[in-house]
Write a protein that binds this ligand. Structure first.
Ligand code: EPU
Length: 421
């Protein structure tokens, strides 16, 4: 186990470059199993979720090369395994995309139930509903999901999701790409990584339209060929650096971002008093005075992302006045960090889905524990803004999703180091 030690009170200044999107990478890498040829994928973040996923693929017989930073070359043409290693699958959430990929390519799969951040009950009934609609016979136990073709075989179908689930949209899109006929996903998720996955698959020869809207159409094709694809920048990593700049009253140029993806975060920080300048592929955040209180409700994209809930809560904790923060995707997400923030001096009352955050003049260093990836990021931001020294335990959670965190924050003037316990 490792922890971060942060000596707080330093404003962040300078520039930082955002890495490739975690949640796009963890969908695109399994989707590459559909490709009968070599895929060169660029801007792949070097984070532990990606490393585990690549080990799973290698263990299945995929040739994996990392010739230079950010580049992964995958060749799954000789793949035949339909049962990835259980102990690795259980280490991350996105391993459930192997179900869709194996069903699409081999018409069968045996995949252990995924692990990953445990901030809420995270059912996969919509994924299963999608596989069944595509004609799969599904055996589901507490340990694994087994997929086979049903009596009438596998083919495209119309699927209306009960909620706009990112995971179910990705899994159905991947599974349907090589199946005969047309699949229509209604009430599809619209997150930037959904569009990125569709663009990746289309680059390899798929016929997918409508990604980014709530109706996605997939015309099944017989084969995907190899090619090169560059993953989009990470919306949440960029948002995390924006929040860190705001919380510390700094001035940072955040490079390699798509400003359009950041709009809901940008507008909230502007409401709080941050000055934000958008460039073609960068955003500058400057905060000169104490932040103002605001109201935020999380929503699927293009709404304010649940994955930024904890980071904005730190900004609210330091703002003047009383802010309201309502979670509408994962109700229990507050419990991952609010108690820890309170131990640093924050004043947060949780009332069902809403946290009432009364701003305080300052937070104080403490020993706190990251319980999931974004909670950990938020506690680091709190530590950067706090008076005194903060130790954030469970660095491994944070390393799931933030590439070169220490290097990037140190480059902005933060005093942070990683201590191996
Ligand atoms: N849901 C169901 N049934 C399902 C699927 C989802 O009830 O079959 C519910 C969930 O419980 C939740 C809502 O629908 O209340 C949305 O879940 P979704 O499926 O969209 O989330 P996910 O695919 O499990 C992805 C990201 C999460 C991010 C959410 C929401 C990946 C690998 N994970 O999770 O990212 O919070 O979408 O945007 O893409 C993170 O990066 O820190 C992270 C947790």
């Amino acid at each position: 186990m490792a922890r971060y030690e942060i000596i707080g009170g330093t404003q962040l200044f300078g520039s930082v470059t955002i890495s490739g999107a975690k949640n796009a990478a963890v969908a695109i890498l399994p989707a590459a199993l559909l490709v009968d040829g070599v895929c060169r994928i660029e801007n792949v973040p070097d984070i532990s979720d990606v490393r585990i996923l690549l080990s799973i693929l290698e263990g299945m017989g995929v040739s994996v090369q990392r010739p230079e930073t950010g580049v992964v070359i995958l060749d799954s043409s000789h793949l035949s395994c339909t049962q990835p290693k259980e102990e690795l699958v259980k280490k991350l959430r996105a391993s459930y995309y192997l179900m869709g990929a194996l069903l699409g390519r081999f018409h069968q799969a045996h995949v252990a139930l995924p692990g990953g951040c445990n901030f809420a009950v995270r059912p996969i009934d919509q994924h299963i509903k999608g596989f069944r609609a595509l004609g799969a016979k599904v055996v589901e136990t507490d340990e694994y999901v087994k997929l086979r073709p049903g009596e009438n075989g596998l083919k495209g179908n119309r699927i209306s999701l009960d909620m706009a689930s990112v995971g179910a949209t990705v899994n159905i899109m991947i599974a349907a790409t090589l199946l005969p006929g047309q699949t229509i996903i209604e009430n599809a998720a619209k997150e930037p990584h959904i569009v990125d996955l569709a663009n990746f698959l289309n680059t390899m020869g798929a016929r997918i339209s409508g990604a980014g809207t709530d109706t996605i159409k997939i015309h099944g094709v017989e084969q995907l060929k190899g090619g090169t694809y560059v993953i989009i920048p990470d919306q949440i990593e960029a948002g995390t650096y924006m929040a860190a700049t705001a919380a510390t009253g700094g001035d940072v140029l955040i490079k390699n971002v798509i400003p359009k993806h950041m709009e809901c975060i940008t507008s909230k920080l502007e409401e709080m008093g941050a000055e934000i300048i958008n460039y073609d592929d960068a955003i500058r955040v400057r905060v000169k005075e104490r932040l103002n209180h605001t109201t935020v409700k999380t929503h699927p994209y293009p709404g304010f992302p649940t994955d930024m809930q904890a980071q904005i809560c730190v900004c609210m904790s330091l703002a003047s006045g009383v802010s309201r923060l309502t979670e509408s995707v994962y109700e229990t997400r507050f419990f991952g960090y609010c108690t820890e923030l309170e131990s640093m001096g924050a004043d947060i009352q949780i009332n069902g889905k809403t946290a009432i955050v009364t701003g305080t003049d300052r937070l104080y260093g403490a020993t706190v524990s990251a319980k999931d990836l974004r909670a950990g990021a938020a506690l680091i931001i709190a530590g950067l803004a706090a008076t005194g020294t903060t130790w954030v335990k469970n660095a491994n959670y944070v390393e799931r999703g933030y590439e070169q965190l220490i290097e990037k924050l140190s480059g902005l003037g933060a005093q942070i180091r990683r201590i191996e316990d």
